[in-house]
Write a protein that binds this ligand. Sequence first.
Ligand SMILES: Cc1ncc(C[n+]2csc(CCOP(=O)(O)OP(=O)(O)O)c2C)c(N)n1
Ligand code: SF4
Ligand SMILES: [Mg+2]
Length: 278
Amino acid sequence: MSVKPLSRLLDTYVYAERTPTTWCPGCGIGIVLQSMIRAIDDLGLDTNRIAVVSGVGCAAHATSYLKFDAFHGLHGRVPAHATGIKLAKPELTVLCLLGDGDGLAIGGNQFIHAARRNIDLTAILFNNFTYGRTGGQFSPTTPHGAWAQTAPFGMMERNFDVCELSRAAGATYVARSIAYNGNLTTRLIRNAIKHKGFSVVEVLLQCTEIYGRYNKQGDGAAMLTWQREHAVTPGKAAGLSPEQLEGRFVIGELHRSEAPEFCEEYDRLIARVQGKAR
Ligand SMILES: Cc1ncc(C[n+]2csc(CCOP(=O)(O)OP(=O)(O)O)c2C)c(N)n1
Ligand code: SF4
Ligand SMILES: [Mg+2]
């Protein structure tokens, strides 16, 4: 697939008049967004039939810059808002742009139930391991031992494995990528959009100003290098012991299955109630 120039993508999908963005220098959110836009462009989707939904946070701000119908709503309520949009207009491609706090702390309950229902939403989980927007409190993905404003002596809790959680809750497409690997992120988001059902793409990315700075991880380039050095493919991971996998993360497509999709089930229910089907 030929790589389109960024300038053309920006013209088509981003409100230039709303830039520069509020994101800090070196932040990974824009990189992930570029991968998402490339996935949408590759699929040739009609921009009038896409809705992006977000809550509150640095990543959530992405909806403000995109030339799609957008719902920039409440912190932690993205799956509820997206479910309403999808049920009302099942023909839309609905993308949920979630922060790790937004999607898994305050919004964790909504997230797992959207997965359980297998509603046809694509959730992109911008995992920067912290509450970036509010100054670095720990989130459910903050690694054990890491510094956070609310864990100045090191995070004492274990973190969620977002992909294991999603799969266990019922998501039928689950994948993980890193901001460093834009091509992989684009491919996984493309597949997630095409998949019928609740799809999750977790992308690990650098928060340079808060998480990276206070955990002494260097600048954006150093954090990207760290991602590359700690990522392993499923094939490579299969040959490693649990000890060798410690501190590393598996990237790629991790789970795909088929299950009844919520909007279609809802239509079937309506037909039964109206006596048009059994
Ligand atoms: C109901 C509610 N609770 C708390 C907040 C404050 N708040 C705003 S963003 C945020 C956390 C953001 O972290 P995350 O979702 O990981 O996004 P990031 O900024 O890291 O991209 C919090 C706690 C809020 N806006 N609304
Ligand atoms: S605080 Fe962190 S996540 Fe938020 S814009 Fe800055 S670098 Fe990015
Ligand atoms: Mg975060």
